[in-house]
Design a protein around this ligand. Structure first.
Ligand SMILES: [Zn+2]
Length: 121
């Protein structure tokens, strides 16, 4: 699973066109794409961790932040107003992103510690 993969879920082609845009339940916009290769239509979030999420990203961020700050599982579900199964699903999705987020974190630290001081003086 990648963060923003825009490949056809049917034939993995990266050649697609935007068929139309629609408004999501939480006032965002999302594109429906059509594959040039096989004609398959798919959402731009297909095969990403955002696929089939119903809650706003802000709620998801708050729940994950509460968990990383040490709030318990049941308390986080209660405070965010979500079911335990929803919270468990989100945690599983973000667990799959561990390697990507770890690499991002290392790169960010490297830039701060090594590259930025080179240009500071
Ligand atoms: Zn395709």
């Amino acid at each position: 699973m990648s963060i923003f993969s825009k490949k056809c879920p049917n034939c993995t082609s990266k050649k697609y066109k935007v068929q139309y845009h629609y408004k999501t339940k939480n006032h965002g916009t999302r594109a429906i794409l059509t594959c040039h290769n096989c004609g398959c239509s798919f959402s731009e979030t297909t095969n990403t961790f955002l696929y089939n999420l119903k809650k706003p990203i802000s709620t998801i961020w708050q729940a994950i932040n509460n968990r990383t700050e040490g709030l318990g599982f049941n308390a986080t579900a209660r405070v965010c107003g979500i079911s335990k199964n929803t919270l468990l699903d989100w945690e599983n999705r973000f667990t799959n992103l561990y390697h990507v987020l770890f690499l991002y974190s290392l790169t960010h630290c490297f830039l701060q510690l090594v590259i930025e001081p080179m240009f500071a003086s």
